[in-house]
Design a protein around this ligand. Structure first.
Ligand code: ZN
Length: 434
């Protein structure tokens, strides 16, 4: 029986469902938001504040942790949970987005020509590409110049050492705009790599290849499980890690459907949708999820990589997405963009419509001079610690003076709003409203 994901209610109106993902570091209620913790920290927040806000999950990035402090250090420390003291449900991204999308030949060319791509919205550092092949990718770290190789097997090994609850299969994140031929090739390569990731975990699971790698730890096999649960993986924190296969296919409907069918058929414990929100329009982004809505598994969790704008989330939940990760609430917070709770309410009232219109005035820019002597609550509709205790004027002052507390307060509030949004979405599903 699959205890990893439990669905308690399927909406009568859409493919939305209410569920729980069970990990050794806590339960994640779904639909839910996974906050960006790229380098092993939800930027500016202490783990105590993370708990206070009620953040359910964090997403660390394999590429960044390989660069620094190195996965061996994290393994030695007992895994990322212990090392960071976050101790909440954690997911690790495979590194595919960084090493492929950011280091794509097109991007390298664009960088040389002084052009930038829209994928820059994710604000990642650009690795120096050395070689891309069917086997994987070699690049030089921008941090210290060391030569690093990512292959499906290496990504699995890196993620095992990091020890997050959810691991992503190594994929090629197709850049945008890509030709049909390129998107197809990248999708096929992603499928081959998923098979290799499963083989890598499978061998570990039954201990055929290495035998001794499990050391003295008892290996508990579950031959009846139809999913690839690497539950005997000897990771640093001795906890279960679950693999998600990633659906690719770019902006092409037939490729997306083909990829969804293939990835879902591999029976990984969860499924992720990748290669979206890399510069395409909102309509294209939603289409990429809508096209495959009927192919997504009903008994396993579905994660959407890199998407989390408030006005997109409800519609994507209706297509069957359970979890989201996105840097936007935290990155915008550090730029002084403060979410408004009224936007959450507005989204919930518009819940019956699928619309591509961005909601106006869904946030405020606290750096504007107009807030210099505004002594109102930061958000009149919010009762988080920040809004209860500080004024717009004070937060404006902190930002204008680049005081570190400003970034903490803004991050705290924005993530609080995200949590409230998902609470309301879960309530609405329970009542078959969406
Ligand atoms: Zn607030």
């Amino acid at each position: 029986m699959n205890n990893f994901f439990k669905v308690s209610h399927y909406s009568k109106r859409s493919k939305a469902r209410l569920g729980e993902i069970h990990s050794d570091h806590g339960v994640m209620k779904t639909p839910g938001f996974i906050a960006a913790a790229t380098k092993g920290t939800i930027k500016t927040l202490t783990p105590q504040q993370v708990k206070e806000i009620g953040i359910q999950g964090a997403c660390v990035n394999t590429y960044h942790l390989v660069i620094h402090p190195g996965v061996d250090v994290i393994e030695k420390a007992g895994g990322i949970q212990k090392y960071s003291n976050l101790n909440i449900f954690t997911m690790s991204d495979s590194g595919g987005f960084q090493v492929f999308s950011l280091a794509s030949p097109k991007r390298q060319f664009a960088a040389k020509a002084g052009l930038t791509r829209k994928a820059d919205v994710r604000g990642e550092e650009q690795p120096m590409l050395v070689k891309i092949s069917e086997d994987g990718v070699k690049f030089r770290s921008t941090f210290d110049g060391q030569l690093i190789e990512f292959t499906p097997e290496k990504s699995m090994e890196f993620q095992r050492k990091i020890g997050a609850d959810i691991n992503m299969a190594f994929d090629e994140c197709t850049y945008y705009p890509a030709t049909y031929e390129y998107a197809e090739k990248a999708m096929e390569r992603t499928h081959e790599w998923l098979k290799r990731c499963i083989i890598k975990i499978g061998r570990k699971k039954i201990g055929i290849e290495t035998g001794q790698e499990d050391g003295k730890k008892k290996v508990e096999k579950n031959p009846t499980s139809k999913f690839y649960f690497p539950n005997s993986f000897p990771n640093p924190s001795s906890t279960n890690q679950f693999l998600y296969g990633i659906i690719q296919g770019g902006t092409f409907e037939d490729l997306r459907k083909k990829s969804a069918k293939f990835v879902v058929a591999q029976n990984t414990p969860g499924v992720a949708i990748g290669g979206v929100s890399v510069g395409e329009s909102k309509a294209e982004m939603r289409n990429q999820v809508r096209w495959i809505s009927d192919y997504l598994p009903s008994d396993r969790p579905v994660h959407l990589l890199g998407v989390g704008q408030i006005d997109d989330i409800i519609d994507l939940v209706k297509y069957g997405v359970d979890t989201f990760d996105c840097v936007e609430p935290t990155r915008l917070a550090r730029m002084g963009t403060i979410y408004k709770m009224s936007n959450v309410k507005l989204q919930m009232t518009n819940k019956y419509q699928i619309s591509n219109n961005k909601i106006q005035n869904g946030e405020i820019d606290i750096t504007r001079t107009v807030y210099r002597d505004n002594f109102e609550k930061i958000d009149v509709d919010c009762d988080c610690y920040v809004c209860k205790n500080f004024t717009k004027s004070y937060l404006h002052h902190l930002f204008k003076q680049r005081e570190i507390l400003g970034y903490t307060l803004a991050t705290y509030h924005n993530l609080w709003v995200m949590e409230k949004l998902f609470e309301k979405i879960r309530e609405a599903i329970e009542n078959d409203l969406i």
